[in-house]
Ligand binder design. Structure first.
Ligand SMILES: NC(=O)c1ccc[n+]([C@@H]2O[C@H](COP(=O)([O-])OP(=O)(O)OC[C@H]3O[C@@H](n4cnc5c(N)ncnc54)[C@H](OP(=O)(O)O)[C@@H]3O)[C@@H](O)[C@H]2O)c1
Length: 293
């Protein structure tokens, strides 16, 4: 039995899509079954929450390998550690963990990467076999710029003129599904990226040509971005966590080159920005308020 957590999320939903109708039994852990987009005869649903020990124990019963992912938030490490403990108690043999490029338990100045590194470390010392998927920035994050594209034709942020490592979340899901099904990936860590790194200038220009709307990148200060993030309702701690994460990449403190993990593990080429934009065209254009769909 394979267990998929975060099954309604960007990556988890892709893991479920990859495993649907495969010759394996799959259980998904969800807080709200109505949010689960994919159903298949080999998929059963367990309702639960990382914060609810009893629901975790029930979901983990009879599980051989699990995919671990939860939201990017301040409780990420705490909730995932609870899962690691519960999985160990339940006798799970392998865990495939969604981590991030640059994750490191000793990363003092980038707390989110430290949190994910701490989960990596907890898994490594748990006695369970672990695979860490250190994913690059998801193309899907670009959906959050829909409103500013619609209003101003702008993608704005403190991203500087540096090449960022990107990946389509669906490719991370495909790698996770492959790692769940093949124990040869146990004990491995993979940087999971698309084939090329791109600056935000390049992203804006290429999205504009695919969507046939003018889009430009506007570099703004971290302080201005702080105001926007606060206005969007993020907690003060999360706002600072996001800013320091972006600064670590924008300043070149963390540099990650593209890898061929997607191709070697799934046998498929990683999706490009163009693939992403075409597949999400309707959502991007709807967000951009255009009639050009
Ligand atoms: N965005 C990026 O560029 C990026 C890059 C690299 C790594 N990451 C990492 O990827 C992770 C986020 O992955 P994602 O984008 O696929 O997630 P997501 O789309 O934000 O979805 C989060 C998933 O976790 C579930 N979840 C949250 N809290 C839970 C709880 N207490 N109990 C049970 N389930 C819970 C959510 O369920 P509900 O539907 O109930 O909310 C949802 O299925 C974070 O750890 C982040 O650091 C992100």
């Amino acid at each position: 039995m394979l267990l998929v957590t975060g099954a309604t999320g960007n990556v988890g939903s892709a893991v479920v899509a990859e495993l649907a109708n495969k010759p394996c039994k799959v259980r998904v852990l969800v807080r709200d079954p109505a949010r689960l987009g994919i159903r298949a005869p080999n998929i059963e649903v367990a309702v639960g929450d990382f914060a609810d020990a009893a629901s975790l124990a029930a979901a983990l019963e009879g599980v051989d390998a699990a995919f671990l992912a939860s939201s990017f938030d301040v409780r990420m490490a705490e909730l995932q550690m609870r899962f690691v403990d519960a999985a160990k108690r339940a006798g799970v043999a392998r865990v495939v963990q969604l981590s991030a490029v640059g994750a490191n338990a000793c990363r003092c100045c980038v707390r989110t990467l430290r949190w994910l590194g701490q989960v990596e470390q907890a898994l490594q010392t748990s006695g369970m076999a672990a695979t860490h998927l250190r994913a690059a920035f998801f193309f899907q994050n670009l959906l959050s710029f829909g409103e500013s594209i619609a209003r101003q034709g702008v993608i704005a942020g403190p991203f500087r003129n540096i090449k960022w490592p990107w990946v389509d979340a669906r490719d991370v899901g495909a790698v996770a599904a492959a790692a769940l099904m093949d124990s040869a990936h146990a004990g491995r860590s993979y940087d999971v990226t698309a084939a090329e790194a791109l600056t935000y200038h390049e992203v804006a220009q290429r999205l504009g040509s695919i969507l046939h709307v003018p889009i430009r990148y506007l570099d703004v200060s971290a302080n201005e971005t702080r105001g926007h993030l606060q206005a969007s309702g993020s907690s003060p701690i999360l706002v600072e966590a996001i800013l320091e994460l972006w600064d670590a990449f924008a300043s070149g403190f963390i540099q990650i080159n593209p890898t061929d993990a997607v191709r070697t593990i799934t046998g498929r080429q990683p999706r490009s920005l163009e693939d992403f934009a075409c597949d999400y065209r309707a959502r991007l254009l709807k967000a951009a308020g255009s009639n050009a769909a």
